[in-house]
Design a protein around this ligand. Structure first.
Ligand code: HEM
Ligand code: HEM
Length: 124
């Protein structure tokens, strides 16, 4: 399982980059890619969950893996729920929160993967 962490991290980086691009395309209304964005977003969350679960078992401290698990759920829920949230003048705030939640998730994944790799390296 531990060996999977690097490819899973690569996948997360690829997906986050795609999500930001697709998200901005939706935001500014260039093309309607919402369905693709939701599909890739779900894949991203699944990927984050697998990473968090591996970390949960690999690391001696469980707080960061746990927070990352919860965060994945929040991102997925918010992503879909935002479509009916505060529609009107203030909807831009909802969009910003959605974007920041996505970026913050990646901000958890990167140090988490690093911690797992360091922990494994220190064992041998
Ligand atoms: C993981 C990182 C993610 C990033 C960086 C991201 C970014 C964005 C951005 C910038 C927008 C455009 C703003 C807007 O129209 O609201 C957007 C829209 C949207 N995102 Fe994401 N997103 C992510 C994940 C997800 C996930 C996991 C889902 C759902 C499973 C999701 C569902 C949606 C939906 C439904 C919209 C369109 C909202 C609308 O109809 O106005 N996103 N995303
Ligand atoms: C929203 C997007 C992203 C955020 C918030 C983010 C955040 C971070 C953070 C906080 C670290 C430091 C980890 C640590 O030292 O504990 C890091 C490291 C790194 N990130 Fe990202 N990252 C993002 C996307 C990406 C993407 C798209 C790539 C590559 C295509 C990437 C490649 C790297 C690399 C190579 C490192 C160094 C890893 C190491 O020191 O072992 N990141 N990132």
């Amino acid at each position: 399982m531990i060996k999977l962490i690097t490819p899973l991290q690569m996948l997360a980086r690829l997906l986050i980059a795609l999500q930001v691009i697709l998200g901005l395309a939706i935001w500014f209304g260039y093309i309607s890619v919402t369905q693709i964005h939701i599909a890739l977003g779900s894949l991203f969350v699944l990927d984050v969950w697998i990473i968090a679960l591996i970390a949960l078992f690999a690391l001696p401290r469980r707080m960061l893996p746990f927070i990352t698990l919860i965060m994945g759920g929040i991102v997925m829920w918010f992503g879909v729920a935002q479509r009916t949230m505060m529609l009107g003048e203030l909807h831009w705030a909802v969009r910003v929160v959605h974007l920041l939640l996505g970026l913050a998730t990646m901000g958890l994944v990167e140090p988490l993967v690093k911690a797992v790799k360091q922990h494994e390296a220190s064992k041998t």
